[in-house]
Design a protein around this ligand. Structure first.
Ligand code: NAD
Ligand code: ZN
Length: 254
């Protein structure tokens, strides 16, 4: 028999209240309520153009000006207006309660750190810093003129945000640390990710194999929902997280 939403929420809260080594895996969906549209699915910014077409390293290498104008400047603009939402602050509260150890995020928006979270693995890098394609020197955005894009490094090569694009590898140290955390966690909260981008999507599988309880928060069913998730909570990250955290706090005090 299918469990009711409140029964699932109680099950998730109980697992979190007992956890000591929780890990969260987050994706674009956790920042939707902050006004940052995901690449997949509905979202004003990307309705006319397909960001996936621009998010591959080959596109950047072949046509840097266009990728800069469409993708990087588009992201810069929405990030300027964005602030953490109840999804981000909820994960910070779980860290304060000693439930959550680390957040592994696929996002490049820095909102977990702004919400206060102390240990955030930026699996796909960060949009907050620029890096030279030639000599790898890093720049702050303020140091760089955007009068023409792509901006150039002192060495003559062009700059790009320090993010991992499709077709590029994940930093091996971050990957290994994430895999170790996934294998050692007691609860994994998977929030706002379609779990289709590898190798991040494999982390819940590692956690599950090693006995962790997988709690998933997403308004839509995903690849994980039926076979990997122990507790699927259907709903928006902010709303669900608020209810979950309030209940975990009650159970922890009891
Ligand atoms: P994705 O494939 O993980 O898809 C987004 C997921 O969020 C979907 O499963 C969707 O159902 C879910 N979602 C939508 N609204 C939600 C809400 N309110 N609460 C919880 N979940 C919600 O990610 P993508 O958009 O295809 O992005 C591909 C890559 O680009 C990823 O690495 C992603 O992190 C990155 N990206 C990052 C940002 C950011 O930094 N905020 C934004 C867009 C894309
Ligand atoms: Zn350079």
């Amino acid at each position: 028999m299918k469990k009711s939403v409140s029964a699932l929420l109680e099950q998730a809260a109980t697992a979190c209240a007992q956890a000591r080594k929780g890990v969260a895996l987050t994706g674009a969906g956790i920042s939707v309520e902050s006004g940052i549209p995901p690449f997949r699915g509905k979202g004003g910014l990307w309705e006319k153009i397909d960001p996936m077409k621009y998010a591959h390293i080959d596109a950047l290498e072949n046509n840097p000006a266009e990728v800069w104008q469409v993708l990087f400047m588009g992201i810069t603009e929405v990030l300027q207006r964005a602030a953490p939402n109840a999804g981000h602050t909820g994960l910070f509260r779980l860290e304060q309660m000693g439930v959550l150890q680390t957040i592994i995020t696929q996002n490049v928006d820095g909102l977990h750190q702004r919400a206060g979270s102390g240990d955030v693995i930026e699996f796909h890098g960060t949009h907050a810093v620029l890096r030279c394609m030639g000599c790898h020197r890093r720049y702050d955005w303020q140091e760089v003129s955007l009068a023409t894009v792509p901006p150039l490094c002192a060495c003559g090569a062009f700059l790009r945000p320090d993010v991992v694009m499709f077709g590029e590898p994940i930093d091996i140290k971050l990957l290994q640390r994430s895999q170790r955390l996934a294998a050692g966690c007691d609860v994994m909260l998977v929030v706002g990710t379609s779990a289709t981008v590898q190798p991040a999507a494999y982390l819940p599988v590692i956690a599950k194999r090693n006995g962790a309880c997988i709690i998933e928060i997403n308004p839509e069913p995903t690849e994980l929902t039926h076979h990997i998730s122990d507790v699927p909570l259907l709903g928006a990250a902010g709303t669900v997280m608020e209810r979950l955290v309030a209940r975990v706090a009650q159970l922890r005090q009891a």
